[in-house]
Design a protein around this ligand. Structure first.
Ligand SMILES: C[S@@+](CC[C@H](N)C(=O)[O-])C[C@H]1O[C@@H](n2cnc3c(N)ncnc32)[C@H](O)[C@@H]1O
Length: 384
C-alpha cells in the first residue's frame, strides 16, 4: 500500500470507531476486508489511527471536524506535515481537500492541547499539580518500547548481544537495573532468538520499577492477586528465584501464563481460589490506565466519572479482600498504571484510615517524565 492508501484506510477506521466499536475492533474489521494489506501496512495504519487518538481533541480543532478526514488532516498539520502529500485523489488515496475543508479549523488552545476531556483536564491538575501539563503532553506521543532482561536466563550484556544478532539495538534504562530501551527494530522482538529463549520479556520500564520497589527476597511466599497476563508475576519470580502464586478473578486472562513461564524458566502456579498466608501480596488492580494512555489512547475518551467511581470501588474491594492473605509481618502492595490521585494515594489513605492495623511504609508515583509509563505503587505493613 502507498502512504496515501494507508491514510485512506486510517480515515475509514477512524470513521468506524464509536461507542459500539472500539479502535482495536475497527482495525481488525478493516484488516479482515483488506487481504492485500501486509503486516507493515497494518502496523502503519494502526500507527496513524493511534497518533490521531492520542491527539483527538487538538486534531479536531485544527482539522475543523470530528470525521476521519478532518481528524487526520488536523493531526498531520499539528505534526508539521503537509496533508496535500496524502490527500492526492490518486488510486486508493483520500480525495483532494476541497475549499471548505481547507478553510476549516483553528489553532488549538492550551486546554485543547492537553488532549483530554474537560473533566480529566481538571482531574489531572488536581492529581498532578504543576506536572499536569507535562504529563498530558507526554501522553500525546508514542511510547518507547522496553524489555525486561530475565535474570533467570541471562544478564544484561548477554541479552543485548543476543538481541543484536537480530538487529535489535538496545540500551539500559535508569528506571530499572533489568530494563532495556529498544532503539531499533522493535517489530522484530517477537521473532528474535532472545525472546524465544526467554532472555527478555516485553515490559514497560516503570512496570519493572514497580516490582523493584517491592521488598522481595528469595524464599518468600508471594501471591500476585491480580496476575492478568503475568508480566509482574514473572518479574517477581525473577527477583525471588522461587515460586510465585498467580490469581485472577478472570482466569482466562492468565491463559498465556504457563507458556510464558516455561519460556522464562519461572515457576508460576495458577491459583483459582487462594488460601493461606503470604509474605508479599501484590494487588496490581484494574484502573483507568491513565498512565499508559500513550499505548492505549482510546481510554482518554471512553473513561467517564461514573466508570472511574466504579473502578475505585473494585480497587477498594480488592485491597480489603487481599489483606486477609498477608502473613504477620508481611507486605500488602498496591499498584496501578494510573496518574490519577483518586486511584492512587487516596485509596491507600482510605484503606489505612479504615483498617488502622495497616500502615503505608512506602509509596511512589512514576510519571512519563521518568521515561516509562505512569505507575503508582504503595507497600503497606500490618502493625499488629
Ligand atoms: C492491571 S491488570 C493486571 C496486570 C498484570 N498484573 C500484569 O502485570 O501483566 C488487572 C487484573 O485484575 C483482574 N481483576 C479484576 N478484578 C479482580 C478481583 N476482584 N480479584 C482479582 N483480580 C481481579 C483483572 O481480570 C485483570 O487481569
Amino acid at each position: 500500500m502507498t502512504p496515501a492508501a494507508r491514510a485512506q484506510a486510517a480515515i475509514e477506521v477512524l470513521d468506524r470507531i464509536g461507542p459500539e466499536i472500539a479502535a482495536e475492533q475497527a482495525l481488525t474489521n478493516w484488516a479482515r476486508g483488506a487481504r492485500y494489506a501486509g503486516s507493515g501496512d497494518r502496523a502503519a495504519v494502526r500507527d496513524l489511527v493511534f497518533d490521531v487518538l492520542r491527539r483527538r481533541r487538538s486534531a479536531a480543532v485544527r482539522g475543523g471536524g470530528e470525521g476521519g478526514r478532518a481528524l487526520l488532516r488536523g493531526s498531520l498539520l499539528l505534526s508539521g506535515e503537509d496533508p496535500d502529500r496524502l490527500f492526492t485523489g490518486e488510486r486508493h488515496a483520500p480525495a483532494p481537500l476541497d475549499e471548505r475543508e481547507r478553510a476549516a479549523g483553528s489553532d488549538p488552545g492550551a486546554e485543547d492541547l492537553m488532549d483530554l476531556p474537560d473533566w480529566l483536564c481538571a482531574l489531572f491538575r488536581e492529581s498532578l499539580g504543576d506536572a499536569a501539563a507535562d504529563v498530558a503532553e507526554a501522553l500525546r506521543h508514542r511510547a518507547p518500547v522496553f524489555l525486561r532482561v530475565n535474570t533467570l536466563r541471562a544478564d544484561i550484556a548477554t541479552a543485548q548481544a543476543a538481541l543484536n544478532e537480530d538487529g535489535i539495538a538496545t540500551r539500559p534504562h535508569p528506571l530499572s537495573a533489568q530494563a532495556l530501551e529498544v532503539l531499533e527494530n522493535p517489530r522484530r522482538i517477537n521473532g528474535s532468538r532472545a525472546f524465544r529463549d526467554g532472555l527478555v520479556e516485553l515490559q514497560d520500564a516503570a512496570s519493572q520499577a514497580v516490582v523493584d520497589a517491592l521488598p522481595l527476597r528469595p524464599g518468600q511466599r508471594v501471591l500476585d492477586y491480580c496476575a492478568g497476563g503475568g508480566g509482574k508475576a514473572l518479574a517477581m519470580a525473577a527477583r525471588t528465584r522461587g515460586q510465585v502464586m498467580a490469581h485472577d478473578s478472570d482466569p482466562g486472562r492468565m491463559r498465556d501464563l504457563p507458556a510464558r513461564a516455561a519460556r522464562a524458566g519461572a515457576e508460576i502456579v495458577p491459583l483459582p481460589n487462594p488460601t493461606g498466608q503470604y509474605d508479599v501480596v501484590l494487588c496490581d488492580v484494574p484502573c483507568s490506565g491513565s498512565g499508559a494512555w500513550r499505548r492505549a489512547p482510546e481510554g482518554k475518551w471512553t473513561l467517564t466519572p461514573d466508570r472511574l467511581d466504579a473502578l475505585r470501588d473494585v480497587q477498594a474491594a480488592i485491597l480489603r479482600r487481599a489483606q486477609g492473605y498477608v502473613a504477620p509481618g508481611g507486605v500488602l502492595a498496591y499498584a496501578t498504571c494510573s496518574v490519577l490521585e483518586p486511584e492512587n494515594m487516596s485509596q491507600i489513605r482510605i484503606f489505612c484510615a479504615d483498617l488502622p492495623e495497616w500502615r503505608c511504609a512506602s509509596d511512589r508515583q512514576f510519571l512519563p517524565a521518568d521515561g516509562g509509563d505512569g505507575f503508582f505503587v504503595a507497600c503497606m505493613t500490618r502493625l499488629r
